[in-house]
Design a protein around this ligand. Structure first.
Ligand SMILES: [Zn+2]
Ligand SMILES: [Zn+2]
Length: 426
């Protein structure tokens, strides 16, 4: 047993093994520690990283007879559809200059989720978007008829599966304050807390199209993958599908991030009973990692307003809508200011009636009015359904797969702070 590498968690001096005490002693601050608790602080990172195996099946010449491939001369999108479907416009930019090509390299999808939202339904969802949203910029209210065709698009995704394992070590504190005479005494008990656990994930989707903003595809999640069918060219009839052109490694980073955040959040939620908890270190690794290429259905609408292109996307299976429409700055300020003034007015009247109109009461009223105004504005902004990233993968955790495999909470040492209480009465 070597103790050379161990440092005192309290003062960082080297620890020495005391033959008599059977503990690790610090000569500098005279704390002593169980070997067990010092070992709980170490993170083993011999196994590290979340990894996924990728499939290698590619399109071949026999697929070429049943699938027609195109490239858009305007935006560069590489597209494909079923052999007898004639493609006339690019689903991304609406350009009509799309030229036939040979089906090439691209990875062949394994699964397809069929459309269940019809064009009429998608149109209704889209039209419904423009009502009851006070912060919608006027350009969307005045010239809605210029919004062009809705396009049926299969977006290429990678679906990631894995069993993730993690060890996370935390510095934790329990604080207590007591009063002794003129002194306030704060006792801080320092603990080292460790959780090891595992969690399995199924079908975390990451979009594999250069042309689609990840915030958009992540905002129309989730898809129900139990409805997926094996890929065959016939399912593309009447739709366009995009090639997976984003480096699978880049997609993997998004999946890894979401896996790590989900497992770390789950482990953190089991650390309870402390005043303060800080993560000290973590090691998360995966087993049985696998990526499957799939096509998922999206209704895509792009519209040009004041020389800018805005994108609306509707999940072709669930009807969830997202877009990149910004909140109108002027309307946001007017709403925020209006609510603030209104609430402030009501408070002032109430205070006047109660005959309690003073500086402190007004300040509290102003803070409350500000909070109410901010909440109102954020509710109104959320109505716009703006696309944003998802940071965890909670929707894709295999049911009941979260397990804690090791749990330890070790007391390390105590520190004490004293503070003289100012006595105003004398
Ligand atoms: Zn020490
Ligand atoms: Zn295009």
């Amino acid at each position: 047993m070597s103790t050379i590498a161990y440092k005192c968690p309290c003062c960082a001096s080297p620890l020495a093994y005391g033959a008599e005490s059977g503990k690790l002693d610090c000569a500098s601050c005279s704390n002593s520690f169980d070997l067990e608790s010092i070992e709980a602080m170490q993170i083993d990172d011999t196994k590290s990283g979340v990894k996924f195996e990728r499939p290698t099946e590619r399109f071949d010449s026999s697929d070429g007879e049943q699938i027609a491939a195109y490239t858009c001369q305007s935006c560069g999108a590489e597209l494909m559809t079923e052999g007898t479907t004639t493609a006339t416009e690019c689903p991304y930019c609406g350009s009509h200059t799309i030229l036939p090509e040979r089906i090439n390299a691209g990875v062949k999808p394994e699964l397809v989720v069929p459309f269940t939202v019809t064009k009429e339904k998608a149109q209704d969802i889209f039209n419904g978007y423009f009502t009851g949203k006070p912060l919608l910029p006027n350009i969307f209210k005045d010239s809605r008829n210029r919004i062009s065709e809705m396009r049926r698009l299969f977006v290429p995704y990678w679906l990631f599966d894995c069993d993730a394992h993690g060890s996370v070590v935390y510095n934790a504190e329990k604080r207590r304050t007591e009063r002794r005479g003129d002194w306030e005494i704060e006792k801080i008990d320092h603990y080292i807390v460790r959780r090891n656990g595992s969690m399995s994930f199924e079908n975390i989707p990451v979009d594999g199209s250069e042309k689609m903003d990840n915030r958009i595809t992540e905002s129309i999640e989730p898809y129900d993958l139990t409805a997926a069918v094996p890929f065959q060219p016939a399912v593309l009839a009447g739709s366009m599908a995009d090639h997976a052109d984003v480096d699978a490694e880049k997609c993997e980073e998004r999946a890894t991030e979401r896996v790590e955040n989900s497992l770390a959040d789950a482990l953190r939620s089991t650390v309870t009973g402390y005043t303060r908890v800080n993560e000290r270190g973590r090691n998360i690794f995966s087993e049985n990692g696998k990526a499957k290429p799939a096509l998922l259905p999206v209704w895509l609408i792009t519209t040009e307003k004041a020389e800018k292109t805005y994108t609306f996307a509707i999940n072709g299976q669930t009807g969830a809508l997202t877009c990149d429409v910004p909140a109108d700055t002027k309307k946001t300020l007017l709403w925020g200011g209006g609510v603030f003034a209104g609430v402030m007015g009501v408070f002032a009247v109430i205070l006047a009636i109660m005959d309690a109109l003073g500086g402190a009461a007004l300040l509290i009223s102003a803070i409350a009015a500000l909070i109410i105004a901010l909440i109102t504005v954020s509710v109104l902004i959320s109505q716009l359904k703006q696309a944003s990233h998802q940071n965890a993968a909670g929707n894709y955790v295999r049911k009941d797969s979260f397990r804690i495999t090791a749990r330890s909470d070790h007391f390390l040492y105590r520190t004490t702070n004293r503070r003289k209480i100012e006595n105003n009465n004398k």
